[in-house]
Design a protein around this ligand. Structure first.
Ligand code: ZN
Length: 313
């Protein structure tokens, strides 16, 4: 098994992204790239954590990871990625894009609107913004108003800001006003940075207690604190992205299973597809292997996602 050998931020052109270095990993065989798997078909699945970008931007991300030793398995056009998900039994997906630098959110959000519209309702779009965007108000208004996105995705690891950065307040206030949600990568998993951490999420929840907030990666490695917050804040949810079926980042699986049993109505299945060096079907199998019970599985794989979109607090 490979190991996390490096977790510093490094330059990606003029931008920064996380840098991880892995050993060998198996590539998906070409015959497995089509997704079809009969075992997944008997349950409707909503994948609450999917990243599809315009092809040029995704290829740059792919090359960036590949040049640092990752073996990202999925490189196909955006439409093929949707087909892959559908063939593995995914019926709906949260489509999360993020802006890695200021000035691109407008174009990226327009692309997201068009791509989602062409998917015939398969994708629930979550737009992007960058804390340094000058026209923050305009971007927020357009994304939540004219484009009617389900909410925003904030990638704080890439943006290098804290969740309680006041430049983000405008977005939080509009989200709250419109009862839409925000997905915030704020966890110290898989990479720790000083501007990540549950303490900043707690400040936001304190300030905006009714905010619908989805935190990826089940809140690792601060999941015990997230459990307390789940009890306190009804709008807080967690997703399972990148954890299950992922042999490279060992996680406390037993503890996470117990958490799923304690909060089956607050945890959403998500994969992180296609920025993965493991097969998302492995994640589904791993969760299914917990034998959480039919009702809990239905909540985690489907209903909680619908609820997150539609919840009125
Ligand atoms: Zn992600």
């Amino acid at each position: 098994m490979g190991s996390l050998t490096c977790c510093n931020m490094q330059e990606w052109g003029e931008e920064t992204l996380l840098s991880l270095s892995f050993g060998e990993t198996a590539r998906l065989k070409a015959s497995e790239q089509t997704g079809g798997d009969k075992t997944m078909e008997n349950r409707p699945i909503c994948d609450a954590h999917v990243h599809i970008f315009p092809e040029k931007l995704y290829n740059a991300i792919y090359e960036w990871f590949s040049s640092r030793g990752w073996h990202i398995l999925f490189r196909m056009p955006p439409e093929k990625k949707r087909e892959f998900l559908q063939e593995m039994g995914v019926r709906k997906a949260f489509l999360l894009v993020y802006a890695h630098k200021p000035g691109i959110a407008g174009d990226l959000n327009r692309w997201l609107r068009d791509f989602s519209a062409a998917s015939g309702g398969f994708f629930y779009p979550f737009g992007c913004l960058h804390p340094q965007d000058r026209d923050m108000g305009g971007i927020v208004e357009k994304a939540l108003g004219e484009f009617d996105f389900c909410g925003f995705k904030l990638q704080l690891l890439v943006n290098r800001v804290r969740a309680d950065d006041e430049r983000l307040f405008r977005a939080y206030e509009e989200l709250l006003e419109r009862q839409k949600g925000v997905v915030i990568h704020a966890t110290t998993y898989p990479v720790e940075e000083e501007f990540l951490g549950v303490k900043y999420i707690e400040k936001i929840l304190n300030r905006y207690p009714g905010l619908k907030l989805l935190v990826p990666h089940m809140g690792l490695y601060e999941h015990h604190i997230y459990e307390e917050l789940l009890r306190e804040y009804r709008g807080l949810y967690l997703d399972t992205a990148f954890i299950f079926g992922n042999k490279r980042f060992p996680a406390p699986l037993g503890e996470l299973k117990e958490m799923m049993l304690r909060f089956p109505d607050r945890i959403l299945y998500g994969s992180d597809f296609p920025i993965l060096d493991h097969d998302p079907r492995e994640a589904i199998r791993a969760i299914k292997g917990f034998q959480l019970g039919e009702e809990n599985e239905r909540r985690i794989f489907w209903e909680n996602a619908q609820e997150f979109i539609n919840l009125r607090l």
